[in-house]
Design a protein around this ligand. Sequence first.
Ligand SMILES: Nc1nc2c(c(=O)[nH]1)N[C@H]1C(S)=C(S)[C@@H](COP(=O)(O)OP(=O)(O)OC[C@H]3O[C@@H](n4cnc5c(=O)[nH]c(N)nc54)[C@H](O)[C@@H]3O)O[C@H]1N2
Ligand SMILES: Nc1nc2c(c(=O)[nH]1)N[C@H]1C(S)=C(S)[C@@H](COP(=O)(O)OP(=O)(O)OC[C@H]3O[C@@H](n4cnc5c(=O)[nH]c(N)nc54)[C@H](O)[C@@H]3O)O[C@H]1N2
Ligand code: SF4
Ligand SMILES: [Mo]
Length: 692
Amino acid sequence: MTETAPLPAADRTVHGACPHDCPDTCALEVTVSAGRVIKVAGAADHAPTAGVLCTKVAFYPERIHHPDRLLYPQRRIGAKGPGARFERITWDEALTAIAERFQRIAAEHGAEAIVPYSYAGNSGMLGYGSMDRRFFHRLGAAQLDRTICASAGAMGYRATIGASVGFDPENVVDARLLILWGTNSVVSNLHFWRLAQEAKRRGARLIAIDPYRTATADKCHQHIALLPGTDSALALGLMHVLIRDELIDRDYIARYTLGFDALAERVRSYAPARVAAICGLDEATVEQLAHDYATLAPAAIRTNYGINRTAGGGMALRAVACLPALTGAWRQPAGGVLLSTSGHYPVASAALERPDLMPSPPPRTINMSTIGNDLLHARPPIRALFVYNSNPVAVAPQAAEVVRGFARPDLFTVVHDLFQTDTADYADILLPATSHMEQLDIHKSYGHLYLQVNRPAIAPLGEALPNTELFRRLARRLGFDDACFADSDDDLCRQAFDWSDPRLAGLSWEKLKADGHARLALPRGSAPFAAGGFPTPSGKCEFYSEWLASQGLDPLPDFIAPREWQHSALAADFPLALITPPARNFLNTSFANSARFLAQEESPEIHLHPADAAARGIANGSPVRVFNRRGEFRARVVVTDRVRSGVAMATSIWWRKRSPDGRNCNEVTSQALTDMGGGATFYDCLVEVAKA
Ligand SMILES: Nc1nc2c(c(=O)[nH]1)N[C@H]1C(S)=C(S)[C@@H](COP(=O)(O)OP(=O)(O)OC[C@H]3O[C@@H](n4cnc5c(=O)[nH]c(N)nc54)[C@H](O)[C@@H]3O)O[C@H]1N2
Ligand SMILES: Nc1nc2c(c(=O)[nH]1)N[C@H]1C(S)=C(S)[C@@H](COP(=O)(O)OP(=O)(O)OC[C@H]3O[C@@H](n4cnc5c(=O)[nH]c(N)nc54)[C@H](O)[C@@H]3O)O[C@H]1N2
Ligand code: SF4
Ligand SMILES: [Mo]
C-alpha cells in the first residue's frame, strides 16, 4: 500500500432485500468493507426472515464478486450458441447498435416485431417491471404474457377467492392441521417451513400432498403421494365426502359463498372410489383426509405453484381454494388457504408501467411459455428479442425449439444479465447488469406481508447498469421525451404503490426508506374472510364463477386430466410421468453457475422407483438418457422409493452448458398450455429412460 492510498472505509451495514424469485423475500444486512460486500446476514428484526437466510444467499459475496460477472457491454464476433465469443464495446456503441436496429425494424416491419422477454430474475418492483415497461410500451413493441410460473394457478385461485390473497402466514403457528399441498417448503419456502415447524411443536398435524417424498414430506406426519396433475380430482373428492357426510358449515356457505347447489351437484360424481383411481391413492386415504380436514380446526392449506404445471393447473388451484369456504375454516385466523400474498399489496402498476404509452390498437401479445414456437412460427415474424431477468434458453419448455429459434441468424437479440448464461450465448449485444446490491429498489413479497427497501450497498461493478438506467438511456437514445423517462429510481419507488391505500396507513416511501421494512397495515392475528368480503365480483367465495363462464370456461371446478398420461398411445412409448421441481441449491437457473452449489448438487439426476429401474436394467448411479419425441437429456439415476412407480423426478434448472451433454430437462418438456392463464405445463411430460 502506498502512503497516499485511502484507508479502507470502516465496515458498514446496509439494509437490503433478497430479489430472487422466492416467496420468502428476506430482509438482508449487507456488510461492506472497502467497496466490497464481505458478508450477508438475515435481518433479525424482520419477523419473516428472523435472522436466517438460505445457504444460497448466505454465500452471496461469492456471487456479487464472482470472476464471471459481466462488467462491460460486448458484441458477439463469432457464431451464435455455446462457445460464442464476444468483444468489448462502449455503452455508447451498444446503445447506438440497439437503437439503430430497433428503428430499422420498426420502420420496415412495425415495432411489434420487437419482443421484450423478462421474468422475475429480479423481483424488486423496479427491477421486475418499471422503466423497461414504459420503454417497450412507448416503442410499441409486442406485449409479453408472463405465464411461465404462476398464471394458471393465479387465475384459478382468482376465480374462487378473487385475488392472490389468503391467510396471514404468521398465523399458521396456531393451526391444528396444516396441509402442504404441492409445495416443498424446506426447499422453496424455507421461512414458511419455520412457522410450520412451530405449528407442529404446538400440536398441529402436518400432511404433505406431493407425488415425490420431499424433504418436507419426510418431516410431515403423513405423505399423500398422488399422481402428478390429479390435485383437482382429490379436492373434488374431498368436497364430495364433506358434503355427503354433512361436514360443512351451512351458515358460512349460505352467507359467504356463491353456487353451492351447483357445486354439490358437480362433486356428486367424484366419489372416493373414482377419485382414488384417478389419483393413484386408496379410497380410505381420501375419506380420512376429508374427515381430518373437517374435524381438525383451525385447518390451513399452504399451496404453491407446484400444482399449476399440468394441463389442469388452473382448475387445480380453483378446486383447492374452494375447500375452506365449505368447512368455514376461514372463520379462524389460522385457517383458510394461501397461494400467494402478492394481492395484499396496493401496487400502482399503471403509474409504474404506464400502459397508456402504448399505441392504439395495442400491439400483439406473445406468450413467453411458447417462445420456441413463436420465434419459429409467429406471423408476422419476431425480428428482435430483448432478454433481461430471465434465461429462456435454459428455462423455457421444449428447449430444442427454443434453441432453434434463438439460433435464427436474422434474429437480433439483446441480453442483459449478470452472467453469460445459456441465453447470453445467442446475444448479438450482451449487456452487464448490476446486482441488487448495486441499486435501489422497493419490494413486496408473495410469501409474507412486509414491504422493504433495498438500498445500494456498493457502487456498480465495472460498467454494469440496473434495468431502470438501461431503459432510461435507451429511451433517451430513441428520442422518447415523455417526462416519465426522466424519473429517478427514487421517484419510481414512490410511484410503485398507492400510499393512500388503507393497507399502507401510516407509511410513506420516505418512512420506509428510513425504517428498512414495514408490515402492511393489516390487523395481526385476524381472519381476513371470517365474515366473507372476498375480492370477487360477488364479494363471496365463488364456487360458481360467472367470470369464467363469460370467457367460455367451465364456471364450476372440475378435474382436467394431464394432457400426456391420459394419452394412451403416448404412454405406451413413454410410460414415466416426469416432474422437474427446483433444486435446493439453485434458484431457477440462478446459482447454477456457482462452483459451490454445483458441487452440492453434483450432477443432473433422475429419481426412479426401484421397480422402474429394475425393469430397465438400470442400477443406482448409472448414467441414462431421458427422452421423448421432443428430445433427450442425460442424467445420473438415483434409485429410490421416494418416487412411486410410474413417476420420475429430476431437479431443475441446470444450465445447459454446465450439464454433461449440453442439454437440460427442458429438452423433454412441452409447450402445450394450461387450461387457464396460458401457463406452461412443465410437469405434464411423459418420458422413457434408458441406459446411456
Ligand atoms: N423444467 C422446469 N422448467 C422450469 C421450472 C421448473 O420447475 N421445471 N420452473 C419455471 C419457473 S417457476 C420459473 S419462475 C422460471 C424461471 O426462469 P428465469 O426467470 O429465467 O430464472 P431465474 O434464474 O430466476 O432468473 C433469470 C436470470 O435473471 C438474471 N438477473 C437477476 N437479476 C437481474 C437484474 O437485475 N437484471 C437483469 N437484466 N437480469 C437479472 C439472473 O442472473 C438470471 O440469469 O423457470 C421455469 N422453468
Ligand atoms: N431453492 C429454491 N427455491 C425456490 C426456487 C428454486 O428454484 N430453488 N424457485 C422459486 C420459484 S420461481 C417458485 S415458482 C417457487 C415454487 O415453489 P413451490 O410451488 O412451493 O414449489 P416447488 O418446490 O416447485 O414444489 C413443488 C412441489 O410440487 C410437487 N409436485 C409436482 N407436481 C405436482 C402435482 O401435480 N401435484 C402436487 N400436489 N405436487 C406436485 C413437486 O414434487 C415439488 O415437491 O419456489 C421458489 N423457490
Ligand atoms: S432465496 Fe429466498 S430464502 Fe434465500 S435469502 Fe432469498 S428470499 Fe430468503
Ligand atoms: Mo416460478
